[in-house]
Structures are given as C-alpha cells and as structure tokens.
Design a protein around this ligand. Structure first.
Ligand code: NI
Length: 182
C-alpha cells in the first residue's frame, strides 16, 4: 500500500469528467482502492475521489463519522465505503446549506447548497450492487464526491462566497460571535 499524492485545486485532472471503471474487481482497481483508503486515513478525510489522486475514473470513498451523523437512520455513522460507477438522484426539492472542506482545497471551508435527501446506486469493491438513500452529512459527502467525478469542486456550487474562508479564521469568527452572544 502507498500514500498517494493528492491533486490540489488548479490541477486540470480535477476539472475533467472521469471515465467509468470497466472492471470494478480488477486487481489494479483493488490496489487503487487500498492506496486511496490509506491516503484518506492519513489525511483524516471523510471522502476521496479517484480524480483527486490523479486517476480519472468514476470511483470514490466516503464515510460518515459519528460526530457528523444527525442520528437519522439514513445518516447513521458508517465506516469507509467504496462506490464505483455511481448514479445519484435527488429525493424531493429540499436543499440545505452544508459546511464542506476538500482534501484538494486544504485549509479552506465553505457553505454549499446541497439536496437534503438523495438516492444513490453503484457497485462496491466486491462488484456487488449498492443502493442507498441518504440525508444529512451522508447525503452531503456523497454529492461532494460524486461532483468530483464530473470535474466539479465545491466552490463552483457556492452561491454566497461570504461563507467561504480559511478554517482557522472561520473558527475564530464563530468563537467571537459566541462570546458576543453570551
Ligand atoms: Ni473534495
């Protein structure tokens, strides 16, 4: 296994449409997934798409950390999962603003409008069909990673750039607001 180099915003691989995975259980795909898991864990991320490690294929990893779960059944804590050749559809019209970061845009966070509920399908690392419904963080992380496969980075989805900034500064501002409210 190996820790892979993560492409940062500005690299063209992050802006291209990724190609379907021809054989999800091929040895080279298995190796890529193992390396991506090591890379995501090393960077303490909650999601990582293949284009972020310079491989333009339709495959990503995601997880729902316990501290990010809303407690809803379709947003339950979930260990790292693999989704290959995914499809995604919104359930209903509802949207919500979700704070997001990205391993390709280190140090920054932004509030991104996302569909509140989605249904997604694909194939896992064993080639088994996956079909799930998701809300909350689970829905947000899947939409974020799915976007990577179409060359879309979260700032491209933002509608209010005043809600975009350095994680450190945003935390400082939030703390100042909380102190002022006390
Ligand atoms: Ni990302």
């Amino acid at each position: 296994m190996a820790i892979l180099k993560i492409a940062r915003m500005g690299h063209p691989v992050l802006l291209q449409r990724a190609e379907p995975v021809a054989d999800p259980t091929a040895p080279e795909i298995r190796r890529l997934i193992a390396d991506m898991i090591e890379t995501m864990d090393d960077a303490a991320g909650a999601g990582l798409a293949a284009p972020q490690v310079h491989v333009p294929l339709r495959l990503f990893l995601y997880r729902v950390p316990a501290e990010r779960s809303s407690g809803a059944e379709d947003d339950a804590p979930m260990p790292t999962a693999v989704l290959i050749n995914p499809t995604l559809e919104p359930l209903g019209e509802a949207q919500e603003l979700r704070w997001e970061g990205c391993l390709s845009i280190p140090g920054l966070r932004g509030a991104v409008p996302r569909r509140a509920r989605i249904r997604y399908q694909g194939v896992d690392a064993e080639g088994q069909a996956v079909a799930r419904e998701a809300s909350g963080f689970h829905a947000g992380v899947v939409q974020h990673e799915f976007d990577h496969l179409d060359g879309i980075l979260y700032p491209m989805r933002m509608t209010d750039l005043s809600l975009f900034g350095f994680t450190e500064e945003l935390a400082r501002a939030m703390q100042a607001r909380q102190e002022a409210a006390r």
